[in-house]
Design a binder for this molecule. Structure first.
Ligand SMILES: [Zn+2]
Length: 476
């Protein structure tokens, strides 16, 4: 591990200028539009925008221009354009909208209550992905202060990521001139297998949000009177779910959702399994006696990164347990969160699921399946040799251990869009979402010591970008 003036600079800037701002940021319940349809009226998004703009004002980068996108009816967007003296453009990405609260926060902690404990800053949105803007500015600033030559850098921060980035395509068009043609994309919204090295994300799963509703009666009736004659909407929904998912194994039965897993991804999964082993499945808050779906770490990695899965995330038509009466309910509705393999076609998957669920309804029940908010996954292009060695060198320098490459199970819709728009670009997708950091769940935390080292790694990679020799986009 190297402790140099860059490390010291970054550490101090984090302690004095980033952590206090993230504390303020965590207090603001800036839920993404999907979870706060009245976000505009509620004003939390505006409060976060103003917090970010005020901070950018207080920490200016020489020559930089800050653009604020405010397209009508859309969430805002921030673009910071920092001129550079070297060829090429680097696009740095992050988001400032948040997931909803969730239950299960420890005593004294909560989504909107910032708590610093053992170097971890607890609270919603600090790690996913509030730190990204501030860490990006910190990295660029450190380069300027250390006299390291830079390419042009564009920092793009959106406010609708957790809703599937619906507003982003319009802004990419709107800020076409500012974004330019990125040669390298740095995304700080991803995961880490541990806190001991630099991790690069080689693939992301796609996602489909859906609802499945089964109606059997015009209103609820006495269950003693009707059961035996009127089929339960819950049982009908169970039968429908059996069509799309094997209840015994969890395997998705709709073939349109499966893809061939590339050999390179299988061998990367084996390498990660060899390095962190049981930690792959061990990071979850298991209850006593509970077992994982598979026992081989390499297979677990592939299952969470390259195979489709269905999670049931909401229900309507069923009262809370204490309010449940002896009634045969008129309908049951479920909310589904479907993760798709990186290279699966989201639209095709949505259609296949809908057709499978709605075909030939049991007892003639009214079945309505809707899948929307589709976001394509992403499979990284091969790493250019300069980037591969830059990641390895940065990891060794800042952590004293080798970098590792792994797919992630989550979704960042923008990466698929960028890859389609800029097929020549290289990607460094990384982040601070390591073991137990629990983005989207209770007790989300930002591992501050890791975030500092990651910021230094970003500087190392940007510096290597300036020295790169290989690749089609090496410039003149
Ligand atoms: Zn995120």
């Amino acid at each position: 591990m190297t402790t140099d003036s860059l490390t010291a600079r970054i550490d101090t800037f984090w302690d004095e200028h980033i952590v206090p701002t993230l504390v303020d940021y965590i207090r603001i319940p800036n839920k993404s539009p999907s979870f706060d349809p009245d976000w505009d009226a509620n004003g939390h998004m505006e409060a976060v925008l103003q917090l970010a703009l005020a901070w950018l004002d207080e920490h200016p980068l020489p020559g930089a221009e800050v653009h604020v996108g405010r397209l009508p009816g859309r969430t805002p967007l921030i673009v910071v354009e920092v001129p550079g003296e070297l060829d090429g453009t680097v696009l740095m990405y992050g988001h400032l909208d948040k997931q909803p609260e969730m239950e299960g926060w420890h005593e004294g902690k909560g989504p909107w209550i910032p708590v610093m404990e053992d170097g971890k800053l607890y609270g919603r949105g600090g790690a996913d992905d509030g730190y990204a803007l501030f860490a990006s500015v910190c990295a660029v600033r450190a380069m300027i202060e250390e006299g390291i030559s830079r390419p042009r850098i564009v920092i793009l921060i959106e406010f609708s990521e957790e809703s599937g980035s619906p507003d982003l395509p319009a802004y990419v068009e709107h800020f076409k001139a500012q974004v330019g043609t990125p040669d390298l994309v740095v995304c700080l919204d991803s995961g880490a297998g541990d806190y001991d090295r630099l991790w690069s994300t080689t693939s992301l799963r796609g996602m489909l949000g859906g609802t499945l509703r089964v109606e059997v009666l015009r209103n609820g009736v006495h269950s003693g009177d009707a059961s035996g004659i009127v089929p339960s909407s819950f049982r009908v929904i169970r039968r429908l779910l059996d069509r799309i998912e094997d209840a015994k194994t969890g395997r998705v039965r709709v073939e349109a959702l499966h893809v061939e897993i590339p050999e390179s991804r299988r061998s990367q999964a084996a390498a990660v399994a060899g390095s962190i082993g049981e930690a792959v499945g061990g990071k979850y808050p298991w209850i006593d006696g509970m077992r994982a779906m598979g026992s081989e770490p390499a297979e677990q990695i592939l299952a969470r990164t390259w195979r489709p899965t269905i999670s049931y995330t909401g229900v309507d038509g069923i009262p809370a347990v204490r309010n449940g009466g002896n009634v045969l309910r008129p309908y049951t509705e479920l909310k589904l969160s479907v993760r798709l393999p990186p290279t699966a076609d989201a639209d095709g998957a949505a259609q296949a699921l809908r057709e499978t669920l709605e075909a030939d309804p049991p007892y003639g029940a009214k079945v309505t399946a809707n899948f929307r908010d589709g976001a394509a996954g992403w499979n990284a292009p091969d790493l250019a040799p300069w980037l591969e060695s830059a990641l390895e060198d940065a990891s060794n320098k800042r952590f004293g251990s080798s970098a590792l490459h792994m797919g992630e199970g989550g979704t960042i819709p923008f990466m698929g869009m960028l890859h389609a728009g800029f097929p020549e670009a290289q990607f460094l997708i990384t982040g601070v979402l390591g073991p137990e950091s629990n983005a989207h769940g209770p007790n989300e935390f930002l591992h501050v010591p890791y975030a500092k080292k990651l910021t230094a790694c970003v500087v190392d990679v940007l510096e290597a970008f300036g020295r790169r020799k290989d690749g089609a986009s090496a410039g003149g």
